[in-house]
Every structure is written in structure tokens, then in C-alpha cells.
Design a binder for this molecule. Sequence first.
Ligand code: PEP
Length: 250
Amino acid sequence: MRRPLIAGNWKLNLGPGAAAALAVFLRDALAGRDDADVVVFPTALSIPAVAAVLDGSGLGVGVQEIAAVASGAMTGANSAVMAREAGCTWMLAGHSERRQYFAETDAGVGAKAKAGLAAGLYPIVCIGETLEERRAGRVDEVTQRQLAAALAPLSPAELALVTIAYEPVWAIGTGETATPEQAQEVHAALRGWLHAHYPAIADTVRVLYGGSVKPSNAASLLGQPDIDGALVGGASLMVGDFVGIIDGAR
Ligand code: PEP
């Protein structure tokens, strides 16, 4: 049985004050609950403030983006080692917005996941097809290519610490959600691919769904056999909606 994981990607929203305030609401709303792993991803500048609020709460904090190197001449980048020091235990790698706006490559995603693991972060590796690719019948080809590249540099011990997030690009921030059946079909194909290539982790690795998840569709998505949680963007900025999605994982 895979324990549900619900992750909130706050993207480029909420400076330190507003992010800490949201973290307080979330911490208080979830106090005493233990039905899912919950982690939030504030913008990097807000990580210390959120980590201070969530310290000891059981809720995790992650960094949205790290460089593949720990330090050096990389103006503007975030370091996994420094994110760990600031209170993070999780990281995202390969979010479609990073691929689209920052030219992140399949191989780069693997290098970042490796760097994060070396620093003690659990990576959530994001993969997903565009609408064009879906219409061309290339969903499995694209998602499995992205996944293969991201996992290739990792040792067996590192592989066991990875979470995958299937996020169809056409469903991110658009209000357009994959139906539970559409999502399950891709998740089942990914699980099959894992069985073929990484049998040691195929039954234990969590595969999250992301793309306009909200309280009204969370239970039906999370009720699918191969969907082990959600990566939530917009709805994670509202405590009531985010808690409603966590309720859907029960
Ligand atoms: C995301 O950013 O990973 C995401 C899924 O966003 P949204 O929930 O807003 O579609």
C-alpha cells in the first residue's frame, strides 16, 4: 500500500510574510491528521519563513528548483545543499514550466534529481505531454522518454527515494483536468514501464497526478489504483481547497 502524498506548488506566489501566514493556517488545519504525506513548495525566498512555521508539524517543505551543482558561479540559481540547510526535505525537478520557460532538458532533470538526492532531498520528478503530443498519440512515448532520462543517473538506493508526478501540460493551470480514466491509463502505463525497467521500485514508487486538481475532482482521481497522490498548483494557495484535496486522499 502506497501512502498518499499531496504536494502544493506555490510557484512564484507569496513572499515570506504571506507564505508564513498560509503555512500557519495549513499547519493548524492539519494538526492531528495523519492520512497523507503533505509538502509545500514556496518560492525560494519564502522557504526559511515557511520552514520555521512548519518545523515539527510533520508537514514537509520543498524547493521548486535547484541547480545540478551545490555551489559556484551560477548567478541566480538555488543549491540543493543550501535548500536542505534552509529546512527543505523535498525538491521538484522537471516541472513543465521549467521545461517551457527555462529550457530545462530531460538530461538536466536527471542531473538535478541526482544533486538533490546527494544533498538529502527527496525529488519529485515531473513529466507530461503537451496537447499536441497527446493528439498525435505520443503520450506514452513522451512520458516514458522523460522518465527514462530522469532516472538514468540514479543508483538503486537513490531510485527508491524518488516520487514521480504525471502532469499533462494541457491540464496545468488551465482548469482542464484529465478524467480519472485518462489519468489512470497513463499512470498504469508508467507503472508497467517501471516494472519492465526498474522492477525493484515498481510497486513502491509513488506516482502523483497534477493538473487542475481541486476538491471537486480529487477523490475520483485519487481513487484510481495507480494514482498515489497529487501535485497541486493553484488550489494549494487556498487552505480550504488544499485541505479539501487532502480529504480526497482518505
Ligand atoms: C502544477 O503547477 O504542478 C499544477 C498542477 O498546477 P495547477 O494545479 O494549477 O494546474
